[in-house]
Design a protein around this ligand. Structure first.
Ligand SMILES: NC(=O)c1ccc[n+]([C@@H]2O[C@H](COP(=O)([O-])OP(=O)(O)OC[C@H]3O[C@@H](n4cnc5c(N)ncnc54)[C@H](OP(=O)(O)O)[C@@H]3O)[C@@H](O)[C@H]2O)c1
Length: 418
């Protein structure tokens, strides 16, 4: 046994040394298991980090660790005083900070993963048990690949991104073997957050964070991997789940696999209508259905998407009692979000304006791929994918001098909840 021999405990016999070493390793492992890593330090990543760092400190409170994918972030972090600056704008933002006032989270660790510029490899930092991915959907595989060797079946990954289809890609690119695959969680964040500096966020619109495991994990977690501990009713709760549920400012809601799937599909339909139409028309969310053309598009898009998501719900083994997702429910949901976010600029329009790639492949693109498999009509969504891709190219050309929106992230300085 190599480990204990490297340790010297004064006056301890070899047997005591081994026992002390085992206790020390267990303590170390538990500390590592209580870390929550955040990958994608943009608007949502900083928002979640701020909320988790604010949990009242007890022996079991997890530590929050931001994973930096470029060295310049370390300099920016130091310039920001090694803290996340947070400003809520709305009094419904569920925080003790008053609207317009500013607060700081200092209790945040950082880790430089990989330096894109110099191609330096990361320092070894041990396994990752709890990871929240908050990159844009299309950056997920590139972002996760360097962490692959630190993730295994005892890890939990919460994907907090718009769109669908990312977990299938992650499985096929990184975790083909089910025996070593982490537990996936899906989150839907309805808050509107934007940045006004590299580590300064504005919480512009309140909204819940709904999340759930992709499959019913009660059984697997009850096996008791180090990342879990007992809560109530004999059920074990993961460190990640526990922390999110305690972070009241996130307005957390834990959903069953069936409920989270239904919520994801509903959000997908809403995004697939509002995002591309606002991006192509260059208008705010509230103006997108104001004319006849917008209204007609909305109906066609919901009709196509509705048939697909209902079929997906039906084929899923995850049951959600009462899940119907009728066209009229979906039309009401789309209209409700457009109205509630009337003054907002959708994230897709912001991306188009900044010459950045959009998440179209994970929104309308996902629906088109599923429609082909299910042999269902999806013509208007297909057209929108092509039109957005054309627009992306056009705007990227226009922004030939690449806009390094280092201090704005995708949200820029505009609130986006879609
Ligand atoms: N903002 C909102 O209010 C809001 C609300 C609901 C849902 N969402 C969804 O949440 C997700 C995140 O949105 P966001 O607004 O936070 O986006 P964002 O501000 O662009 O943040 C994404 C972050 O990921 C980083 N990243 C890119 N490639 C990476 C890599 N290979 N490794 C590690 N990090 C990488 C980006 O860094 P660089 O600066 O280097 O590119 C950026 O900091 C999206 O799916 C979005 O649609 C956002």
């Amino acid at each position: 046994m190599d480990g204990p021999l490297r340790f010297r405990f004064y006056g301890a016999s070899p047997a005591t040394t081994v026992i002390l070493y085992l206790l020390y390793s267990t303590f170390q492992a538990q500390n590592m298991d209580r870390r929550i890593h955040i990958l994608g330090v943009g608007n949502i990543g900083k928002y979640i980090a701020y909320a988790l760092a604010g949990l009242s400190q007890t022996r079991t409170t997890p530590s929050v660790r931001l994973l930096f994918h470029r060295k310049s972030l370390v300099t920016e972090w130091e310039k920001a005083g090694c803290a996340i600056e947070y400003t809520p704008l709305d009094q419904d933002c569920c925080t003790s900070v008053k609207p317009g006032q500013t607060s700081y989270a200092h209790d945040v660790q950082i880790e430089l993963l990989y330096d894109r510029e110099s191609q330096e490899a990361e320092a070894a930092e041990g396994p990752i048990r709890n990871l929240i991915v908050t990159t844009k959907a299309h950056n997920t595989i590139t972002a996760l690949a360097p962490l692959r060797h630190r993730l295994d079946k005892n890890s939990h990954i919460l994907f907090l991104q718009n769109g669908m289809g990312v977990t299938d890609e992650v499985t096929s690119a990184l975790f083909r073997d089910p025996n070593s695959r982490p537990t996936y969680w899906t989150g839907i964040c309805s808050a509107g957050v934007y940045s006004r500096g590299p580590f300064s966020i504005v919480h512009a619109g309140p909204g819940p964070l709904r999340f759930g495991a992709d499959n019913d994990i009660a059984g697997s977690v009850a096996g008791g991997p180090l990342g879990s501990r007992k809560m109530h009713g004999g059920r074990r709760i993961t460190v990640l789940e526990d922390a999110l549920l305690k972070a009241h400012m996130l307005r957390p809601q834990r959903l069953s696999p069936g409920e989270i799937l239904q919520a994801q599909l509903t959000k997908l339909v809403i995004n697939s209508v509002i995002n591309p139409l606002t991006a192509l028309r260059g208008c705010k969310n509230g103006a997108v259905f104001a004319d006849e053309e917008g209204d007609r598009d909305r109906r066609i898009l919901v009709q196509e998407a509705g048939a697909i998501v209902r079929e997906l719900l039906q084929q899923s083994t995850k049951t959600s009692p009462g899940a119907t997702l009728s066209d009229s429910e979906l039309l009401t949901a789309v209209a409700g979000v457009a109205e509630a976010t009337a003054d907002n600029t959708s994230s897709m329009l912001q991306d188009i304006r900044a010459g950045r790639p959009t998440e179209i492949d994970y929104i309308n693109g996902y629906l088109v791929r599923k429609a082909e498999l299910l042999n269902l009509p999806c013509q208007r969504h297909k057209e929108l994918v092509a039109e957005i891709k054309e627009k992306e190219k056009e705007m990227a050309k226009e922004n030939e001098e690449p806009k390094e929106d280092r201090d704005g992230g995708a949200g820029g300085n505009l609130p986006a909840t879609l």
